[in-house]
Ligand binder design. Structure first.
Ligand SMILES: Cc1ncc(COP(=O)(O)O)c(C=O)c1O
Length: 355
């Protein structure tokens, strides 16, 4: 059988052999008692990498965002977030369901930013009718906005507004290392103005499980209790942390390769009659392309997409897996499991998507 080329997400990455070895040999303890040496090492390491006082290991990016926002915001307060943000779209409404936090969605531009003027005018005045605006979250890179990296200048502008209005700034940096590689700057510079950041070990960094929250000592102290309340206190979690340490030591270079591969895919798709891609918009490992209006899908694609209008859903063409994320709009994500040769094979198959 042909090798499966899975471009649905960078979450499908498998742990490397070195991670498996590190997992097997990890020194363990009870992390709820803070006695797991491998978790402690990972938390110290990640705090240092991000230039923050402290870090906390959580099972997932979703829990990282939830714990962070619940730590910053009281029930009945409001948070500003992008209308295409992962937290608004894909995290099951957790901040409202579990935190009683009112979400105010502001329009995301195609580069993942929210207009500064939109942010300013959304902040509530002190009036008994209004919830208090307690926080804002930004996403970097921005998943639904072409994997765009947000610049430190933009983040600083938002941070100023937050500070001047006694609000907290949280960054959903699930792919913050993609942003740092895309912009060729230290990851610290992307988070220095934020009160907290979540990033994922289990996406482009290829660890099997785990995300990290970073912030001040006080923030992490409070976040640890909320993580426990949500059921995210794990015991011998060093088996997760061990792989995460390898991710940080060995996998950051892979991200540059993933970005090159995304560019190659985009260049190839731009040459396929009937498909369109905005090459200028591709800055990291996420790429969206469209079938041009009036073009007919081939039979295999029609069979998979007929009567489907709930997005995203999986597309399988021969041995290539990817997502349809909107009507005639598709997403490809490059990662550690994808080689140069896979890019060529993918382009061949995509060339056959249309009649
Ligand atoms: C931008 C962003 N934030 C958060 C998450 C959530 O991460 P997890 O799947 O680990 O919960 C994802 C997952 O794809 C994501 O793309």
């Amino acid at each position: 059988m042909d090798r499966i080329i899975d471009l649905r997400s960078d979450t499908v990455t498998m742990p490397t052999d070195e991670m498996r070895q590190a997992i097997a040999n990890a020194k363990l303890g009870d992390d709820v008692f803070r006695e797991d040496p491998t978790v402690n090492e990972l938390e110290e390491k990640t705090a240092q990498i991000m230039g923050k006082e402290a870090s906390l290991l959580v099972p997932s990016g979703t829990m990282g965002n939830l714990v962070s926002i619940l730590t910053h915001c009281q029930r009945g307060t409001e948070i500003l977030l992008g209308d295409k943000s992962h937290t608004f779209y894909y995290e099951a409404g957790g901040i409202s369901a579990f935190g009683g936090i009112h979400s105010r969605q502001l329009k995301n531009q195609s580069d993942g930013t929210i207009k500064i003027s939109d942010i300013q005018s959304a902040i509530r005045i002190d009036n008994v009718h209004f919830p208090r605006t307690a926080a804002i979250t930004l996403e970097n890179t921005h998943n639904l906005c072409n994997g765009s990296p947000l610049t430190p200048e933009y983040i600083r502008d938002v941070a100023h507004i937050a500070k001047n209005n006694s609000m907290k700034l949280h960054i959903d940096g699930a792919r913050i290392f993609n942003a740092s590689v895309a912009l060729n700057i230290d990851v610290k510079d992307l988070v220095m103005d934020a009160d907290s950041v979540t990033f994922c070990l289990s996406k482009g960094l290829s660890a099997p499980v785990g995300s990290i929250i970073c912030g001040s000592d006080k923030f992490i102290y409070n976040a640890r209790r909320i993580r426990k309340a949500l059921g995210g206190g794990m015991r011998q979690a060093g088996i997760i942390a061990a792989a995460g340490i390898v991710s940080l030591d060995k996998m950051i270079d892979q991200i540059g390769v993933d970005h090159e591969n995304a560019q190659l895919l985009a260049d190839g798709i731009a040459n396929i009659e009937g498909l369109s891609v905005d090459r200028g918009n591709i800055k990291s490992n996420i790429l969206y392309f469209d079938i041009k209006k009036g073009k007919t899908r081939n039979k295999e694609l029609i069979n998979q997409t007929a009567d489907r209008n709930l997005y995203p859903f999986d597309i399988i063409l021969n041995n290539i897996y990817f997502l349809e994320t909107g009507p005639s709009r598709f997403r490809l994500v490059t990662h550690y499991g994808i080689t140069r040769k896979d890019i060529q094979s993918t382009l061949q198959i995509l060339g056959e998507m249309l009649d």
